[in-house]
Design a protein around this ligand. Sequence first.
Ligand code: PHE
Length: 346
Amino acid sequence: MLKQLEELKLKVLRELEEVSEIKELESWRVRYLGKKSELTRILRSLATLPLEQRKTIGALANEVRADLESSLKQKRQTLREAQVVIQTKEEQFDTTLPGRPLPIGHLHPITQTLYEICDIFISMGFQVVEGPEVEWDYYNFESLNIPKEHPARDTMSTLWVDSKAESDERCMLLRTHTTSMQLRVMEKTPPPLRVIIPGKVYRYEASDATHTPMFHQIDGLVVDKGITMADLKGTLYEVVRRFFGEDRKVRFRCDYFPFVEPGAEMAIECSVCSGNGCRLCGNSGWIEILGAGMTHPQVLQRAGLDPEVYSGFAFGMGVDRIPMLRYWIDNIRLFYNSDLRFLRQF
Ligand code: PHE
């Protein structure tokens, strides 16, 4: 009978093991711990046994019953916990909920403008070149006929990176114009060459409606045999016409830049006030968009080119003002405040 009890215990526990739902537990309990169960029958029959057997079998039978009851309790607990996990998972994962839309951004209006202008030049056979924003004094100034004491340095308040360098030419700065790439390009690329250089430039200036310490420029450089001022004007007029439209008034005047001779500046009629004068155009009715000129013979020479054989033209335009003119924006700082309500409009 002892053996029978042991076997019964093992069999019954194995069955309990296989139960996977709480509602099945009750039938298991009735079957093995209920009034009509084998165990109950054994316990009842104890009375009929001799005293010795009654003691040992009774003790074991009670032990088995206690075991089964505690196993049942434990199993109920485990199944309950599992059910809670399943329920909460189902609650968290509502398959009927529509997906959250991912916001798709777009290029910044200044980047869009930069790309658009580059595309016009690319269609005219120009190549795009980029260069370092932290630049040697040599490429930003010296190589462009702007030595240390030259007053042209005053017009470009410079952010110096290491003013303690051992010699002036070895000084580093944040480039004040993308013209800093012109000699680098000429040193590496033999003519004929036709490039544009887009990028960020830096000046130590307080910001106001039309100035920020960082802004964007596109420089251009063409070097070949027989390049003249007519090529310069023809190219720039065509670009302005394509970008701003046929009717936009353009003004072309003499100007001075140490690295070109002769030098010029180009302005277009202010679109905010249609030439009447406003805050954006400083009440002049015109907005200067670029400086230009014929590459200075000394600059060509510095790149190892013979100015008797080669000539070139160069220009540099500010990019940030262009979307301002286009979209009638009267404060440049709006571009850099990261206000999505503003940026989403473009
Ligand atoms: N680098 C000049 C500026 O920043 C513009 C310029 C470029 C003028 C090339 C002439 C030729 O003002």
